[in-house]
Design a protein around this ligand. Structure first.
Ligand SMILES: C[S@@+](CC[C@H](N)C(=O)[O-])C[C@H]1O[C@@H](n2cnc3c(N)ncnc32)[C@H](O)[C@@H]1O
Length: 385
């Protein structure tokens, strides 16, 4: 089978997590750069990458990469690529573009040159002058970075964060891909107690439960490349079947989610049911001030509100102080907080953070403060960890 290069795109800061996911899926990594992890594959790997990657944004098929300083160069080098092997005669194709620090700075001009070059190439291949574009979708991305053009075709369609379970949204939810990444970056594992005291729509906890039960994140959604003839539908069926076979039904999880807002808790329950983890998480309406922690060991992963208005600062400071009081003596608990509030460590004074990771929640720069708890003693039964 012919080798191809796929690119998993990811939010800035979580490339290493995606790289590890790809390695665990058996892929050979070619290159990691800002927001992109290139890996070696064959066409039949496209279903596997899309179904299983929890933290990547999309999976792109790399068609070519070359220097382009003039529009002529962009046209000729694009036309020289094997578009006819990828896009069928009835293929519906659009070109998206971006340009960063490049001589060819006009995105719309780059887009139309690339489209023209692809059309010319397909005309030669199919010996027609006009394409109806009534068939499957092929979204070409023409990305110029420092005068190098990277041409890819999107295999995912909707972003991979759209698992399909979040029917009920709340204010300021985090993306499912980021939630999965912060769980993977923590010391939590399926035998440990996990609490999100400000769980919003439950994303962090639902992703944790899906991880524990080995539920492939893409199991319940479609991907644009499912309609491509070049990938036999049997490959998709086989990959989905093996994802169902790999589900773990025998684990007993201790996951708890709380939120001050009753509507959010209702949304959590619906989302968890849609994700197939409703029996794994206990959701309850509760103000963090009324949360009582009586277990000796556990993990908190949370994304508190962070506001911009003065009235919100007071509320946020109170939440930070509550977290500090709750955990100042509980050094056995690991605390992970994703927030844009740079003052968080000034309030949570148990210790200096063991690690601060700079991440992005959409376009908002956030910090992931990590405070490691002591390791559970080996004599403790799992329900006390
Ligand atoms: C940034 S949102 C969390 C979003 C969540 N990570 C998600 O993906 O849906 C912060 C949440 O904190 C909740 N919250 C605010 N004050 C609270 C308090 N005193 N106790 C518990 N929850 C609170 C809000 O209702 C909101 O849902």
């Amino acid at each position: 089978m012919a080798k191809i290069t796929l690119i998993a795109t990811a939010a800035f800061g979580i490339e290493a997590v995606v790289k590890n996911e790809l390695k665990a899926l058996g892929f050979e990594i070619i290159k990691v750069s800002d927001g992109k992890i290139e890996f070696e594959a064959v066409l039949e790997d496209i279903p596997k990458a899309n179904l299983y990657l929890r933290c990547a944004d999309r999976v792109l098929l790399k068609v070519g990469e070359f220097k382009a300083l003039t529009f002529d160069e962009l046209f000729e080098k694009t036309k020289a690529l094997p578009w006819g092997n990828l896009i069928p005669e009835n293929g519906k194709f659009t070109v998206k573009g971006k340009s960063v620090k490049s001589t060819l700075g006009s995105i719309s001009a780059c887009q139309s040159i690339v489209k023209k070059a692809v059309v010319e190439k397909l005309k030669e291949k199919y010996k027609v002058e006009w394409f109806k574009e009534t068939g499957p979708e092929f979204t070409i991305q023409a990305a110029m970075l420092k005068d190098t053009a990277l041409l890819t075709i999107d295999t995912s369609g909707m972003g991979l964060h759209k698992r399909g379970y979040r029917a009920q949204s709340v204010e300021a939810p985090i993306k499912e891909t980021l939630a999965a990444a912060i769980v993977l970056l923590s010391f939590w594992n399926k035998d440990r107690l996990l609490i999100d005291p400000m769980c919003g729509s439950g994303t962090i906890l639902i992703e944790a439960a899906m991880l524990a039960r080995n539920i492939a994140p893409g199991l319940k959604r479609e991907f644009v490349s499912e309609k491509w003839q070049m990938i036999d539908e049997k490959v998709w069926q086989k990959e989905r079947r093996s994802a169902y076979d790999a589900l773990k039904s025998d684990c007993k999880l201790q996951i708890f989610g709380y939120d001050i807002d009753k509507k959010n808790i209702e949304a959590c329950k619906i989302n968890a049911r849609n994700a197939g983890v409703e029996n794994d998480i206990v959701f309850e309406q509760k103000d963090i001030k009324n949360l009582w922690i009586d277990k000796p060991y556990g993990v908190i992963i949370t994304n508190p509100p962070y506001g911009k208005r003065i009235s919100e600062f007071k509320e946020i400071n109170e939440i930070n102080i509550t977290l500090h009081k709750m955990f100042k003596k509980k050094t056995e608990w690991s605390i992970y907080v994703l927030t844009a509030d740079e003052l968080f460590p000034n309030y949570f004074k148990r210790s200096q953070p063991d690690r601060i990771r700079k991440l992005y929640n959409g376009k908002i720069k956030v910090n992931y403060y990590q405070y490691y708890g002591d390791k559970p003693s080996p004599e403790l039964s799992p329900e006390n960890c």
